[in-house]
Design a protein. Structure first.
Lengths: 359, 461
């Protein structure tokens, strides 16, 4: 795999040129190169974000460090956690920076002492929930949203909140029965994270689970599959979809509508962490600082990785007056470890699948 | 210029600084220990709270242990914001039910709750183990819930508490230093007052200082006053001596001059011869008087200046008798010497004592009747040097003030009782003793110089 990575690094032909080689190796899903081919520092970044979404950011960062050669490997979140943990334990070659949407796994890596700290002015400005121990930082702002099909869901049916969604599913013989999708939390780490956060937020979670069970909601995999399903009308509504993907699709596809639930909106911040054995900790730190800078924010916003709420200059979402208070950031804190506990997880999944099998 | 030892102010300042530094170190250590203790207790409560919540969440389901870790337990632990959290639920036979496998087990202990420290993933952690016992049909036994945290927050709190305590301590130290400076200044002010008083004084004023001073300084003031009394005494002795000498010398010299004038005007050689004889007698008496005056001055001077040595009183007596034997053979009376076998130790000045003895002997030779005995004796705490003769002695009414009377009486004939007794009196006073007169059973007249004995055998020292 190292050899392959090296080959693909050579394949990047010129400064600023992007190359994508999908499906390299057993674990990483894709590799891309940014910046110079040789001469400058080599920087290995591993993340779960789609290369396409991350490209503007990496391009922008490459221009700030002369001669830098960035290799970006796109991984699945569980595999990324596994490879990072292995690198931590054996002290072997590791990525210089890891950015994952599986914030609970990132927090666990930090909790297990696999990270090294980074302190800067930018990180000190981060709110408490986006910085734990100066070792893991929330660099994006992605809401968990409700996606609906504009053509088949009437405006008066649009679920602006979980209560609306429950009401839609309540009547016997509702046409939404079997047409609402959400992540299969047994296979999707992100779906599990959102569902577990939901379970802590409100009593609506019980009603929602019950409504899902009664109406035969579908638990399925992957953001892309869910959004495509909604666009095609296979499903009318999808719940707890990662906002960055939903907004990116909605921008290209008129059929998709995106709602940030008004009762409360979970907000995920992808977690960036510098592995203990990183060979370029300063570069990794300056990349984090870049992500937190205005330029970085703009680049991330272009990819919908930083969603804006109630911004007068044109936001991704229109919110009610209580908008600010309805945002619930998923805090980077050891509390996330609870969801990872094997007993807790087993019981939560058990509760989930019991509801879904009840139909 | 007087020699300067380290100034009192500096001594006190050094002592205060040392005391405060030592106290500060002790209090600082106590503050650190207190901070550590307080932080430990505060964060141990989080640990035990979380552990209890987790322990309470353990269920027996289908004969198996099921742990439903409550999120609030971790919210509690997350109050220590930057600390890593480890936990482990251990069932029978140290089997991990859930949590981190590598979390160290508690040391063997009696209680159900055990706090301990360990190291985990490169950081020191504080752990608590809580034991919950089950006695159910499906499961019987105990389960240990171990919860631990790194020590960043408690270290920070300990440092914070200690820092606050040290700031207070520092402020208190500054206040105390200020108060100490004030106290030192006020404590030393009586010394400055004494200085002012002495400088403001008339040079001839030797009266005692009359200043209200603290007891501690009182010692200095009374030492100064004692010294002034001594100075005063010496000055007055000197003055008396000069007055006495002038007084006593004036009469014989006037008589001598009168005799000489008589001789000049006398034409009869036989009478002139008689007058010349009288002039000679007068001159001899005048010589003796001068000797005595000088001797008196010498003794009084020595009494105040010569340090007391440990001497044998017999030696003083012996020396006096030898001198008398040489000088006054014309008296014809041999002296008897009565000395004890053992030394008679006293603290004193041999020269003064033998001079006093000589004076007593001379007195006895002149006024008493032979035989004359010089005796040295030790009576309990007193050493006696007495001179005895068979004459009539001094009238008893003069005994009490013999020393003064003969010193000051006008017109003492040069061949009679001169200053001798006054000298003996002065020597006795200088040796903290007395001059006593008495009569023995055998009718002898006795003049005794009695001074405290120094029997303590300290020759070695």
């Amino acid at each position: 795999m190292r050899a392959l990575a090296h080959l693909s690094r050579c394949a990047a032909m010129a400064i600023g040129m992007t190359s994508v080689s999908a499906g390299v190796g057993a674990a990483q899903e894709a590799v891309a190169h940014f910046g110079a081919t040789a001469g400058g520092p080599a920087f290995l970044l591993r993340g779960t974000t789609d290369i396409a979404a991350f490209e503007p950011v990496l391009d922008a960062f490459a221009t700030t460090v002369p001669g830098i050669s960035i290799t970006y490997e796109q991984w699945g979140s569980n595999d990324l956690d596994r490879v990072t943990r292995a690198g931590c334990l054996d002290g072997g070659t590791d990525a210089d920076l890891v950015i994952s949407s599986a914030v609970d796994l990132q927090v666990r890596l930090v909790n297990d002492g696999c990270a090294q700290p980074h302190r800067s002015e930018a990180t000190s400005r981060l709110p408490r929930e986006a910085n734990w121990r100066d070792e893991v930082f929330g660099v994006t702002q992605e809401p968990a949203v409700i996606v609906y099909n504009r053509e088949q869901v009437r405006p008066d049916e649009i679920p602006y909140s979980r209560f609306d969604l429950i009401d839609l599913l309540r009547p016997p013989g509702t046409r939404f029965a079997g047409r609402v999708a959400t992540y299969d939390i047994e296979t999707s780490g992100l779906g599990y994270l959102f569902a577990f956060a939901d379970s802590q937020q409100a009593t609506t979670f019980g009603s929602l689970l019950e409504a899902f069970g009664r109406s035969g909601a579908v638990a399925t995999c992957c953001s892309a599959e869910i959004i495509d399903g909604v666009a095609e009308g296979k499903w009318l509504i999808a719940y707890n979809v990662l906002g960055s993907y939903a907004l990116a699709h909605a921008a290209k596809d008129r059929r998709i509508g995106v709602i940030a639930p008004h009762d409360y909106t979970l907000v995920l911040s992808r977690a960036a962490m510098i592995p203990k054995w990183s060979r370029q900790p300063e570069l990794a730190g300056s990349f984090i600082d870049f992500l937190l800078s205005d330029d970085g924010r703009r680049a991330l916003a272009a990819s919908r990785l930083v969603a804006s709420f109630g911004d007068p200059d044109g936001s991704d979402f229109e919110l009610t007056e209580a908008a600010e208070t309805s945002l619930r950031p998923i805090a980077l804190s050891p509390t996330l470890l609870v969801g990872l506990d094997q007993h807790k997880r087993a019981q939560f999944l058990d509760r989930w699948s019991t509801s879904f099998e009840a139909r | 210029m007087p020699r300067h030892a380290i100034s009192l102010t500096r001594r006190l300042a050094i002592a205060v600084v040392l005391v405060m530094a030592a106290g500060g170190v002790v209090v600082a250590l106590a503050a650190l220990a207190y901070g550590r203790q307080a932080a430990q207790e505060a964060y141990d409560r989080l640990l035990i709270g979380a552990a209890n919540q987790i322990a309470a969440s353990i269920l027996i389901r289908d004969g198996q242990l099921a742990v439903d870790i409550p999120v609030p337990a971790f919210d509690l632990l997350a109050l220590a914001e930057d600390d890593r959290v480890i936990y482990r639920v251990v069932g029978q036979d140290a089997v991990t039910v859930t949590g981190y496998d590598g979390v160290p087990l508690p040391p063997p202990a009696d209680g159900d709750v055990v706090y301990y420290g360990a190291s985990f993933a490169g950081e020191s952690v504080r752990l608590v183990s809580v034991r919950r016992r089950f006695a159910e049909r499906a499961f019987s036994g105990s389960v240990d819930v171990i919860v631990g945290q790194t020590t960043r927050a408690r270290d920070a709190l300990a440092a914070e508490i200690a820092r606050s305590a040290l700031i207070v301590l520092g402020a208190a130290g500054v206040c105390m230093a200020g108060l100490a400076a004030f106290a030192i200044r006020s404590a030393l002010s009586p010394l400055r007052q004494i200085e002012r008083d002495l400088l403001a004084r008339d040079p001839r004023d030797l009266t005692p200082l009359d200043i209200a001073v603290p007891r501690e300084i009182g010692a200095i003031v009374s030492a100064i006053n004692r010294f002034m009394v001594r100075l005063e005494r010496q000055v007055s002795v000197m003055r008396n001596l000069i007055a006495d000498s002038a007084h006593q010398l004036r009469t014989p010299i006037a008589a001598l001059r009168a005799q000489a004038e008589l001789a000049r005007d006398e034409n009869d050689p036989v009478r002139q011869q008689a007058i010349a004889l009288r002039i000679h007698e007068r001159a001899v008496g005048l010589g003796r008087l001068t000797d005595q005056l000088l001797s008196h001055a010498l003794i009084i001077h020595r009494a105040d200046t010569v340090p007391r040595a440990r001497i044998d009183l017999r030696v003083a007596a012996l020396r006096a008798v030898e001198d008398c034997d040489q000088g006054d053979i014309n008296a014809g009376a041999k002296l008897r010497l009565d000395l004890p076998e053992d030394p008679v130790w006293v603290r004193g000045d041999t020269l003064s004592l033998s001079e006093a003895c000589k004076n007593l002997v001379t007195n006895a030779q002149r006024h008493g009747a032979p035989p004359i005995t010089v005796e040295v004796a030790l009576e309990e705490q007193e050493a006696r040097l007495c001179v005895r003769d068979l004459g009539r002695g001094m009238p008893e009414e003069h005994w009490a003030d013999a020393g003064r009377r003969f010193a000051r009486s006008a017109g003492v004939a040069p061949d009679r009782a001169g200053l001798g007794i006054a000298i003996v009196q002065a020597v006795a006073t200088a040796h903290a003793g007395s001059l006593r007169f008495g009569r023995t059973d055998g009718g002898a007249f006795e003049a005794a110089l009695v001074i405290p004995a120094d029997p303590d055998d300290r020759m070695a020292t």
